[in-house]
Design a protein. Structure first.
Length: 269
């Protein structure tokens, strides 16, 4: 479902987001504590919502802040959420917190990415992952970590369980596209799915039945390393840039991987 949000009336946007979230009018009306009749009138354009109503519906639909601004504009109101560059002085405390989280994960690798999966920052443990990449263009800023991971001349040749890891990444990106309605992510998904020898998005995630999560198994410096990953986001951001920032952390899934990572840390001094 693709819509030119700049030209779309509020009523159509509201219905589109409700449909995207797979909610009936009754479901959304109950969650927003309004009558189904009132919601129906707003979706048909027969009733104009207040600013508070737009924000209430956006909250219940879990719409990204960037899209909430578009809803407000479509309803005739000023945007409600600011968007500052991550190097803005006012965001310094938040970015310092990100740096502290990244540093605190060492010797485990961790990266901070924006909503397009472009790398914003990383800790020192990520260095070996970026070494010996065949296509140097993949390391030119902004580095898209999904493209770098799955490109045939990127990190993909080092991934021993590429089929399951690729399926995991593409399914995660597919869910993000469905949840956000972001056309740029949809374009990225199409690009990654079309890499040679890797057609389509796998419908299953082949993996060891004993795994607690989809692991990442890589060969590095002659060693086989196994990681599990987690994603961390800001809890209650009011700035669009911060709301789209995420930290992906990789943890050793076995003692051999943990020992390898510890060995990469240089003694102080």
């Amino acid at each position: 479902m693709q819509t030119n949000l700049d030209d779309t009336p509020f009523c159509d946007l509201l219905k589109e987001w409700r449909t995207r979230r797979r909610l009936s009018q009754l479901d959304l009306a109950m969650e927003a504590e309004i009558s189904q009749r009132h919601l129906s009138f707003m979706e048909s354009g027969r009733a104009k919502p207040s600013r508070e109503m737009v924000l209430r519906l956006a909250e219940q639909l879990d719409i990204p802040l960037r899209k909430r601004n578009q809803l407000l504009l479509a309803a005739g109101f000023a945007p409600g959420f600011g968007e500052r560059k991550l190097d803005d002085r006012s965001l310094a405390p938040a970015m310092q917190a990100v740096e502290q989280v990244l540093k605190g994960h060492e010797p485990n690798p961790a990266i901070a990415v924006d909503n397009q999966w472009n790398m914003i920052a990383a800790n020192s443990a990520i260095g070996p992952f970026l070494a010996d990449i065949a296509d140097a263009a993949l390391l030119q800023p902004p580095v898209n970590v999904l493209r770098l991971s799955l490109h045939p001349r990127g990190f993909a040749p080092r991934i021993l369980n590429l089929a399951s890891w690729r399926a995991h990444l593409l399914e995660r990106l597919k869910r993000q596209v469905e949840a956000s309605g972001d056309e740029r992510l949809e374009t990225l998904l199409a690009e990654l799915s079309a890499y040679p020898g890797q057609p389509g998005v796998s419908k299953s995630l082949p993996h060891d039945g004993n795994d607690i999560a989809v692991p990442l198994r890589v060969k590095m410096n002659g060693e086989v390393l196994t990681f599990i990953s987690t994603i961390t986001v800001f809890g209650t951001p009011l700035d669009i840039s911060l709301s789209e920032l995420a930290i992906e952390s990789f943890f050793p899934a076995d003692e051999a991987t943990a020992a390898f990572l510890r060995a990469q840390v240089r003694p102080a001094g």
